[in-house]
Ligand binder design. Structure first.
Ligand SMILES: Cc1cc2nc3c(=O)[nH]c(=O)nc-3n(C[C@H](O)[C@H](O)[C@H](O)COP(=O)(O)OP(=O)(O)OC[C@H]3O[C@@H](n4cnc5c(N)ncnc54)[C@H](O)[C@@H]3O)c2cc1C
Length: 266
């Protein structure tokens, strides 16, 4: 049997907002809770980045999908109630223009008559990401993958769609998804190169220690025409002070754990 690290959970996802009061508690019903950067679009669960950091700790996903789901409902209700205009007030030409833009972009995929196969590109992309941008990471190897991403992006524009039927055309749908996957892979690779430390499930043998001084922050990528741009967001550690997570309890960690058990620690 081959034993190897498998991707079981996505660490990272869509950026979402929240509103906290002065004591740090979530403001229930705030329209900001779980709102993405696209007005009116909310995300909760596996698809968003909240609650888990560089590691997928047991039951974090339950926190993420059940708790975030619970606060997202009231947030969406507040958002709708706070709207000055509804979609009924918008001219139908707005929706028609958006539909026509989407139809054009789908038609452009349907018209692809190149010599590339999207499933082959996907296979190569997946293989490279799994080999070099998963748990063990070396900057030179990640850079190589990022360079290749440019080639896959270019090849994805030379795909051939042999089936001319628009309805349920799996290859056309897949090509559309693949282009998104390529952009996301580029975000992951570029974000990984910048972070010179080891944290959670991300291990750089050249930088084996966690570096809180420089890297106790969340990587936030935004889309731009020229590729992803990066910013960093501080992590709120006011309730639980970070300490080394280790299976071998060192003196400081076990003293801190004992304090928490006795209700003395933060
Ligand atoms: C093998 C495995 C083991 C796991 N073990 C644990 C564990 O022990 N503990 C733990 O806490 N977590 C665990 N997780 C993670 C956890 O199961 C997930 O994070 C969680 O179920 C995600 O819930 P969700 O509702 O956010 O997303 P999902 O459960 O993925 O729900 C998304 C839903 O959206 C639907 N959908 C997708 N696209 C569309 C569309 N275009 N239109 C309409 N619907 C759409 C999908 O069909 C799906 O029903 C595990 C995950 C895996 C894969």
């Amino acid at each position: 049997m081959k034993v190897f690290p498998a991707v079981h959970y996505s660490m990272g996802g869509l950026w979402v907002d929240f509103e906290a009061n002065a004591s740090g508690d979530i403001v229930q019903g705030s329209p900001r809770n779980q709102a993405t950067s696209i007005p009116g679009l909310y995300a909760s669960g596996e698809c968003e980045y909240q609650y888990h950091g560089a590691n997928r700790l047991g039951a974090n996903s339950l926190l993420s999908c059940i708790y975030a789901g619970m606060i997202t409902g009231p947030a969406m209700v507040s958002c709708i109630q706070g709207l000055e205009r509804t979609s009924d007030d918008a001219p139908s030409s707005l929706f028609e223009a958006a539909r026509s833009e989407e139809q054009k972009s789908f038609q452009a995929i349907m018209d692809c008559d190149g010599d590339e196969n999207p499933y082959v590109i996907h296979w190569e992309l997946g293989d490279a990401m799994l080999d070099d941008v998963t748990v063990e990471r070396f900057n030179d190897k990640i850079q190589k993958v990022d360079d290749q991403i440019g080639e896959w992006r270019e090849r994805a524009n030379r795909i051939g769609i042999p089936d001319g039927e628009a309805w349920s055309n799996q290859m056309a749908f897949f090509t559309r998804h693949l282009r998104g996957m390529i952009e996301l892979a580029s975000v992951i690779a570029k974000g990984a190169i910048r972070r010179d430390e080891s944290r959670g499930a991300h291990f750089k043998p050249d930088f084996p220690e966690r570096d809180d001084e420089n890297w106790l922050k969340t990587t936030r990528a935004s889309w731009s025409e020229d590729g992803p741009t990066f910013e960093y967001e501080p992590v709120d550690v006011s309730i639980i002070e970070p300490r080394k997570r280790s299976y071998v309890q060192d003196g400081a960690a076990s003293a801190a754990a004992k304090k928490i058990e006795k209700g003395e620690g933060k």
